[in-house]
Design a protein around this ligand. Sequence first.
Ligand SMILES: [Zn+2]
Length: 473
Amino acid sequence: MDHIDSKSGRNSSIFPKQHLMLISALATAVGAILMLLPSSEVKAERNTIPLALDIHQSSPSKTGQPNLNSSKLKPIQLAMATRASSAPTTQEKQITEQPSSQEEVNQAEQWDSVKIKAGSSLSSIFKKQQLSPSLLHTLVTSSSEGKMLNRIRPGQQIEFMRDANGELTRVRYIRNRLESVIFTRNGKSFSAEEITYTPNVQQSFAEGEIEHSLFAAAQQAGISENTTMKLANIFGWDIDFALDMRKGDSFRVIYEENFLDGEKISDGDIVAAQFTNQGKTYTAVRYTDSKGNTDYYAPDGRSMRKAFLRSPVDFARISSRFNLSRKHPVLNKIRAHKGVDYAAGTGTPIRAAGDGKITFAGRKGGYGKVVIIQHGQRYSTLYAHMNGYKRGIRSGKHVKQGSTIGYVGSTGLATGPHLHYEFRENGVHVNPMTVKLPSAKPIAKAEKSTFLAHTQLMISQLEQPATTLALND
Ligand SMILES: [Zn+2]
């Protein structure tokens, strides 16, 4: 571990040749390119050329390295193929900005910047700028982009540029770090230009050892809560993070960070991770197949997840278990409870237990509002007493595991808000709490060799980050 600390968080060694070959093979396979990013260089990608580039007023002199104080870990800037799926937009259109010329532009043309606050409206902002309502009307209506101005939100920014006579010449609407629109006045109307930046995706390595909790260890390792949750989700099928954690358990993770103008703006996905729990090591590698589906797999190609969630609602209490011989108190005959009841507040999201196709979404007698999902030939799941369906949920729709399909309620014969959940195998009700859940599909045969090459590279980087991770030529 110390080998990382002794460096400055960056490493100037070069990839061993076989790694380079692996990478280029991979890069070719997925159509991605290598990104080697000297930290002092400012890069941003966009699809149009903005009039002035320094939208964010951030100093381009920042190094681009996240400043983590943990003595244990430092992120290492990995230069490697960024899989096509990992970036929000294509990597091919990289344009390198020239900060020097950009500064000159900015000195000549001054933007007057207004931060949008809660409760402020476009008309109040215009009024403060001493701009007429008719000019605002023209701005909003003279281009399709103008309508975006009707959806301004607190935290966003509107900027104004005037000529020497004080006449408005441009308006810039900064929606977020990556998206803005520039409106340029042409006589009696405005033309609009959308500007989109693509963040630089960099990969970082971190590792930690659990002393008290995963979250404490992850925090010490400089990993965000969001990424820690992702880590727990990847291994959550094999490890119960509430019960199984032990002091001395450890993890290693390579994850993506998104940078703009050398400044970190968000975390991306976990690329590969290892978790050692009570002496047993689990490894997961993210892989996107040729159809664009991304999932986490063990090094041998098995899926890290089961085909079904154990419970379709989070943090819910089981209020009635599966019981085939429950005797009905009034009818005095067997009225089996062929599902599991989860007590949860009205409106709690209900998640699809597995990937599948909705075969029914509607009312059904005592079930009230119900959704039935067919998962391949063999399995189906049923969700009853819903308060309502998520928008777009209807018969025939395909859903992904974990996606919200509706909300807990008490429609039909229900004494209080709860989810009644049924699990059928070949048409027969089984207990979803105890049934041996099948694993999700492994890597397809056709993908196996590409997957193995990728996995081999990832594992070498997880296990020997300081020597094989590489760096800037
Ligand atoms: Zn029930």
